[in-house]
Write a protein that binds this ligand. Structure first.
Ligand code: EPU
Length: 415
């Protein structure tokens, strides 16, 4: 595993161009087996994207890449994803819906992904069953079969992003109508639905808790642009806030950034929103936010919880952060403490952070993607040198982090 070496203390300033969203491109790529041809632009260059392309090529989808554009051609699909590929990424489970719909069968080894605590796939399996699939889960492999899936009414017990996407992928060409109640409302789901609708699907209600999918008999070739990555944008905004910096965050969808802007304004940052650009100017030392709690969109995202914790660790005052989505998204707290932070972790879900004047450089470990981003933020504002091990986690979801950070004055290198 590689590492980042960061020399802290530089005030960041300049412009950061935001890439296409990881969590939008992955479900769009999972839709490709449903389409003879497609083209996707604004694709970020990430290891999760490279792994998904490997899955696609392995099942028989021909992919060509030119810069940030991916083109696909689908021939005969082999609906099997082996353990060597599915273990690399949680989102490999999204192929369940598209492969079942495209081939009438699917076989996927249980998916891997960042270790964020228990991440069961029970709701994915339940949803496919509800749409008429026969399922067998022996030997750590999910085997599904259905000649043609049938629309159904599904009420999700938890607002799950992946399950909402899987149902959409499975039912776009199913017989009859599917209703998802208590659907997740993330903009990445809307990106998928807009794409499928441009291909001839009939999906309405995305962006609300009730999505209606009328099955169509075929989808036609089309192209789509991936939306900007709101989590990457939030990460750079927090970097500016943590270093007393000043940044223009370019190519963003400001509507998707409302909760982050509101949160960072509370810390004393000045934030201005322009068309596709956000300007952030941070005071020398920010104020703490007394209580932050994660929840599905449009509320404060779990994918920014580690980064905001890094920020709160040098704020003036105390902050209680509550993680409500994942039971195991807490390890960055211990790593931040190695840098001199004062964070008490209760029941792995509640973090009491008392701001210290300054963090100090240390040798720390990234245990997952966003935890790694939090440690980079901490390293940039700490005194001295920080080594963040396991940089590969960060590369799963951030495009060119080293050059983007260096361009705004951060002292970071990858080893
Ligand atoms: N859950 C179940 N059973 C299931 C599926 C989910 O209990 O069958 C639970 C999860 O364990 C979790 C909750 O439902 O407690 C919500 O998880 P969700 O299904 O929404 O997560 P996901 O689809 O696996 C996506 C993102 C994550 C992001 C979450 C929440 C992608 C590829 N991944 O995961 O992104 O944290 O939604 O917003 O879209 C990241 O980018 O760092 C990341 C982890």
């Amino acid at each position: 595993m590689g590492k980042y070496v960061i020399t802290g203390g530089s005030r960041l300033s300049g412009e950061v161009p935001i890439s296409g969203a990881k969590n939008a491109v992955l479900p769009v790529l999972a839709a490709l087996p449903l389409l003879k041809e497609a083209s996707i632009c604004n694709v970020p260059f990430l290891s999760d994207v490279a792994n998904t392309i490997e899955i696609l090529e392995n099942i028989g989808v021909k992919i060509t890449t030119e810069g940030s554009v991916i083109r696909s051609e689908t021939g005969i699909v082999r609906p099997v994803i082996d353990n060597s590929l599915s273990c690399k990424m949680r989102s490999s489970v999204l192929f369940l819906g598209s492969l079942l719909s495209a081939c009438g069968e699917a076989e996927i080894s249980y998916p891997g992904g960042c270790a964020l605590g228990a991440r069961p796939v029970d709701m994915h399996i339940w949803a496919m069953k509800m749409l008429g699939a026969k399922i067998n889960t022996d030997d750590n492999v999910i085997r599904c079969e259905a000649k043609r899936l049938k629309g159904a009414n599904l009420h999700l017990p938890i607002q799950s992003v992946g399950v909402t996407e899987n149902i959409i992928l499975a039912s776009a060409m199913a017989e009859g109508t599917t209703i998802i109640d208590n659907a997740a409302r993330e903009p990445e789901i809307c990106n998928l639905c807009d794409f499928l609708n441009m291909c001839g699907a009939d999906i309405t209600g995305h962006g609300t808790k009730r999505i209606k999918i009328k099955g169509v008999s075929e989808l036609h070739p089309c192209s789509v642009a991936i939306i900007p990555d709101r989590i990457e944008a939030a990460t750079y905004m927090i970097m500016a806030a943590a270093t007393g910096g000043e940044l223009f965050i370019k190519n963003v969808n400001t509507d998707h950034m409302r909760v982050i802007c509101a949160m960072l304004r509370k810390t004393g940052c000045i934030i201005k929103e322009y068309n596709k650009t956000i300007y952030i100017e941070a005071p020398q030392r920010i104020y703490s936010i007394p209580y932050i709690s994660t929840a599905p969109y449009p509320y404060f995202p779990t994918d920014v919880q580690p980064q905001i914790m890094a920020l709160m660790s040098t704020a003036q005052g105390q902050s209680v952060i509550k993680e409500n989505i994942f039971s195991g998204r807490y390890k960055h707290g211990d790593e931040l403490n190695k840098m001199g932070a004062d964070i008490t972790i209760k029941d792995n879900r509640t973090f009491i952070t008392t701001g210290v004047r300054s963090l100090v450089g240390a040798n720390v470990n990234a245990w997952d993607l966003r935890g790694g981003a939090a440690l980079i933020i901490a390293g940039l504002c700490a005194e001295g040198i920080t080594v963040v091990n396991n940089k590969e986690y960060v590369e799963r979801g951030y495009e060119s982090p080293v050059s983007k950070i260096r361009n705004i004055g951060g002292k970071i290198r990858a080893l």
